[in-house]
Write a protein that binds this ligand. Structure first.
Ligand code: ZN
Ligand code: ZN
Length: 349
């Protein structure tokens, strides 16, 4: 092993793409960390925000930093206090690094840690040959989970968290938005026993993918009124649960209106601003619940996602929209910006 590595570093604050380096020092893991040789990483919308330096980035990103928070690889070195990981273990990373000490962490809700730090955002991440990471954010991958699928846990996991919160078993569930995360939500809802999954999107090709991932009914929401469609389908009642992956205010409002009285909306996609609601008529009078998800439960959501991956509904090939060499990072970003569907992966070799 040489003592330098390649990697992509966001050098400074402001709008700028990360810069390729061939001669970065290989990080030395601290006592509670492992050094991981990265095999596969994925491009996230967050990485685009970091390049574009949006409001969120200005708070969270600490340049110079090696980007990349969705990844998996193989442990090559373990610090002296590491207990459950050893060289040769394949692992994926949780990007939310909880403090382990705050009231949220101590009550088993570390996904809502009050002192969260972010892998590949506030500290060096995985768009590099090697990364040092705390043992507590590594999830051991079993042999039946490929590298391609291993790096999907983090990005798709929030969708599975949405399925958990919607408590889908035996329910009719509306899923709005059939991009990669929405497709995972559909497969997850079917895996965990949803009676009927109604998937809606405005793009016909996405609705075809939704069928492949187990949706019972697909609807084009640019052509069909979702609210009356859901009511007609349920004898006027409305759906039991709605999971919104779009983050688009009109879709969120439609999801709420399509619910039966006492139903629950779970938001997985984040709206970029405020959303106008008729709380009196659409929420209070009908005792509708509105909630959302913050990351993944560590490790319950990960274990649940592993079940979804092994189910007949989940097909990674439908979700993956191209694999690039890390050196071709810009090409993947261009494809993302051009709206090429599917998750873009990077081979790190
Ligand atoms: Zn991400
Ligand atoms: Zn905490």
């Amino acid at each position: 092993m040489s003592d330098t590595m390649f990697g992509l570093k966001k050098e400074q604050k402001g709008t700028c793409a990360p810069v390729w380096h061939d001669d970065l020092p290989i990080p030395e893991p601290k006592d509670d960390e492992v050094l991981v040789k990265v095999n596969r990483a994925a491009l996230c919308g967050t990485d685009i925000h970091i390049i574009d330096w949006d409001k969120w980035s200005r708070i969270w990103v600490k340049p110079p930093v090696i980007m990349g928070h969705e990844a998996c690889g193989e442990v090559v070195l373990a610090g002296k206090n590491v207990k459950d990981r050893k060289p040769g273990d394949r692992v994926a990373f949780e990007s939310h690094i909880p403090c382990g000490k705050c009231p949220m962490c101590l009550s088993g809700k570390s996904n809502m840690c009050m002192n969260m730090s972010l892998f590949g955002v506030g500290r060096d991440g995985a768009f590099a040959e090697y990364v040092a990471a705390p043992e507590k954010i590594t999830y051991k991958l079993t042999d039946d989970i490929s590298d391609d699928v291993g790096c999907l846990f983090e990005p798709m996991g929030s969708g599975i968290r949405g399925v958990e919160k919607a408590e889908v078993e035996g329910k009719n569930v509306l899923v709005s938005g059939c991009g990669a995360i929405g497709l995972t939500v559909i497969a997850g809802a079917k895996t965990f026993g949803a009676e009927k999954v109604i998937a809606c999107d405005i793009l016909p090709e996405r609705l075809k993918d939704a069928e492949k991932m187990g949706a019972d009914i697909t609807v084009n929401s640019s052509e069909t009124d979702i609210i009356s469609f859901c009511r007609d389908l349920t004898g006027g009642l409305g759906v039991d649960a709605a999971i919104d992956v779009t983050g688009a205010p009109p879709a969120i409002v439609n999801g709420i209106k399509a619910l039966k009285n006492g139903g629950r909306l779970v938001g997985v996609g984040f709206p970029s601003g405020e959303v106008g609601l008729d709380l009196t008529n659409d929420v209070y009078y009908r005792e509708v619940e509105i909630t959302g998800v913050c990351g993944r439960r560590i490790w319950e959501t990960w274990d649940n996602f592993a079940k979804v991956m092994r189910s007949p509904y989940f097909d990674a090939s439908v979700i993956i929209g191209g694999t690039y060499a890390l050196h071709d990072f810009e090409k993947a970003v261009d494809a993302y910006r051009a709206g090429v569907p599917g998750k873009k992966l990077f081979r790190i070799e």
